[in-house]
Design a protein around this ligand. Sequence first.
Ligand code: AMP
Ligand code: ZN
Length: 309
Amino acid sequence: MSATAAAAIVERTFLDELFDRGLLIETGVDGLYGRSGLFEEIGEGFQALVTRHGLADNAEIVRFPPGMSRAVFERSGYMKSFPQLAGTVHCFCGDPASHAGLLQTIKQKGDWTADQKASEIVLTPAACYPLYPAAARRGPLPAEGRLFDLLSYCFRHEPSRDPARQQMFRMREFVRMGTPDQVTSFRAAWLERGQALIGELELPCRLDVANDPFFGRAGKMLAINQRDQRLKFELLIPIESEANPTACLSFNYHQDHFGHTFGLTTASGETAHTACVGFGHERVILALLKHHGTEVKAWPMSVRKALWG
Ligand code: AMP
Ligand code: ZN
């Protein structure tokens, strides 16, 4: 046996440990997992903590399902920036004769998916995408702008054995809409609050300027521009690797991109600016399990208090 093969046998990854402990449940697809009751309990504690930190702002709670309108998705420009991550919902729309053909193809292990037709639904890539057109439909924003509280399962096609990079995961978001001043002061406040919140969980973290994974050659320029303008910050916590800590919270300033795209205006008729702060639900749970151990009863009392009171 080679040295690397021997190492592979003894080296249990964090993902293996999560499976062994039953915290995550394998499905046969990398990045698609079930969650145990305990995993969910930690998540509920985390969500309650986020709610507490944002309570004074009185955000309007909205919940969308994990699928969104394909028409809205097309309008958003997502396919221009992140075609590699998108997931669409396709369905069988044939008659009984083509159904027989479909079953035959499956039986012969052929590609039965080729005849599936795109439905009007795509999988939500970030919790805030369905919100912008819904908010615009209400008319111009009030003078104080608006603030929303969202939570949704999201899909991104990025299969990985890193448990912190899943294909279906939850994102909690606060989304602010208003004037540039309203929106940038919201983001500045959350840059502080986010660090205080992670501090309460006694997790090591570091704030950094970041960029989204824009596709292709043109994408490189977009990423550089996003960094230069400091439009995206991430709060990083080591999970899978010390050298490459994982983005657990994101703070995004979209300028007037969504306002312009969806016709969202301020009380005075200007194009609205927007910003969102996103919390990676699974990522924070995994960070807790990584740093405090998989034996939750042995976690510091202060951390358990922060989560469950
Ligand atoms: P983003 O829109 O990329 O800024 O994502 C918002 C938040 O969602 C990030 O800060 C992460 O915590 C979380 N997130 C993004 N991608 C994934 C993924 N593949 N698996 C789990 N969490 C993710
Ligand atoms: Zn967002």
